[in-house]
Design a protein around this ligand. Structure first.
Ligand SMILES: [Cu+2]
Length: 150
């Protein structure tokens, strides 16, 4: 065997196992934690941060927290269509899980002081999904953001 074929042989030995094992249960990975805050203690109508970025094929735990004194929505229709949802967990202030919701999620409403965790795997790229709070007047006041998936 000449050296070129030896190289090709060695590359295929090392690459092949990765190629056949590319799939599997993508929802069973260790989640990457991202946090977004809906408003703040002074009732400012903003998302903190107002830009979230994800990557396809990775499991995320998006912690959505509302520290303000009013209700807010996390609405991002394009994003909802580009991810596979594993679950949404409602957690108490002591970080205890109170409920787990399974199935497709389009929008989450978070009550004052509450937190929900959205576990999902992005399956489709997305340039800039329009994130907003759908409570009357909040989008207009600046409660908007951007979500991208690469
Ligand atoms: Cu709002």
């Amino acid at each position: 065997m000449n050296t070129v074929w030896v190289k090709v042989y060695l590359i295929s030995i090392f690459m092949f196992p990765f190629m056949v094992n590319a799939g599997g249960d993508l929802t069973a990975q260790q989640p990457i934690v991202k946090i977004i805050q809906l408003g703040d203690k002074n009732n400012t109508l903003r998302f903190y941060p107002d830009h979230l970025q994800f990557e396809t094929g990775k499991l995320y735990k998006l912690v959505i927290n509302n520290p303000s004194k009013q209700k807010h929505y996390f609405s991002a229709e394009d994003m909802a269509r580009s991810v596979f949802t594993r679950k949404v967990q409602v957690v108490s202030s002591e970080n205890k899980t109170l409920a787990e919701v399974k199935g497709t999620i389009n929008e989450i409403e978070i009550y004052p002081g509450a937190t929900a965790e959205w576990w999902f795997v992005p399956v489709k790229t997305l340039k800039a999904s329009h994130l907003h709070c759908s409570i009357k007047g909040h989008t207009e006041a600046g409660m908007t953001g951007k979500i991208s998936i690469k």
